[in-house]
Design a protein around this ligand. Structure first.
Ligand SMILES: C[S@@+](CC[C@H](N)C(=O)[O-])C[C@H]1O[C@@H](n2cnc3c(N)ncnc32)[C@H](O)[C@@H]1O
Length: 214
């Protein structure tokens, strides 16, 4: 599912964030997606992550792809991220904001994003949605600790709408993702879902948001 999300978003990102842009990333994880975007879109990226393992792996990945001069992965404390100051062309975040403990804190993190963007700067965010009750039962059984956090819903969506001009937003998800290993079946299920049961903020598994600072 994430591959499709990235593929659909790239044309929109390309139009708004030009090669040579300075990007801030929060929570780069293994840094693989960051490296892919830096390479494909000609970005200069500074990333923050609170995990020492993520930091070590991301640095290795930047070296592996020869991107040490264009992707700088920093290790920091959780508070340091939200206190960082700057003036970036874009902020890139994938599956980090849902870990906000409540909507007020989610809003504060969005305000911080606005504070580090230049006027007209772009937010590129891919988030996990609350989906439906069956998915949440599955998540609880699998002891996914994020089930009680701020997964994307229409309440979360309102926080974005109040702060940004939304350029592109698309919702994803459905049972098709469980068929992902079998490509033909997966594609067919996606087609059915998109035709007969399109997703929205309150039943999506994931969402992509590309938005501009006002
Ligand atoms: C679910 S992972 C996503 C990793 C990566 N973005 C991806 O999608 O593969 C969340 C990441 O955010 C990092 N993270 C959580 N809180 C953070 C904070 N306050 N500042 C920076 N990184 C943070 C975690 O260490 C973790 O690597």
């Amino acid at each position: 599912m994430w591959k499709r999300i990235i593929r659909h978003s790239i044309p929109h990102i390309k139009q708004l964030v030009l090669p040579g842009s300075q990007i801030l990333e929060v929570g780069y994880g293994d840094g693989l997606l960051s490296c892919y975007l830096v390479q494909k879109l000609g970005w200069y990226l500074t990333g923050f992550d609170i995990s020492p393992e993520a930091h070590e792996t991301a640095i290795k990945n930047a070296k592996r792809f020869g991107l040490e001069d264009r992707a700088e992965f920093r290790f920091c404390s959780p508070e340091e991220t939200w206190q960082h100051c700057g003036r970036y062309d874009a902020v890139f975040i994938k599956t980090v904001l849902y870990s906000s403990p409540n909507l007020a804190e989610y809003g504060r993190r969005l305000d911080w994003i606005i504070s580090v963007l230049r006027p007209g700067g772009v937010l590129i965010n891919f988030e996990t949605g609350r989906a439906n009750y069956l998915v949440n039962i599955y998540r609880r059984i699998r002891r996914r600790e994020y089930t009680n956090l701020c997964l994307y819903t229409s309440e979360v969506e309102a926080l974005y709408n109040a702060r940004f001009d939304i350029v592109f937003r698309r919702y994803y998800g459905g049972w098709s993702q469980f068929a992902a290993p079998i490509k033909g079946v997966y594609n067919f299920m996606v087609l059915l879902e998109e035709s007969f049961r399109p997703r929205g903020p309150d039943n999506c598994f994931a969402v992509s948001i590309i938005a501009k600072k006002r």
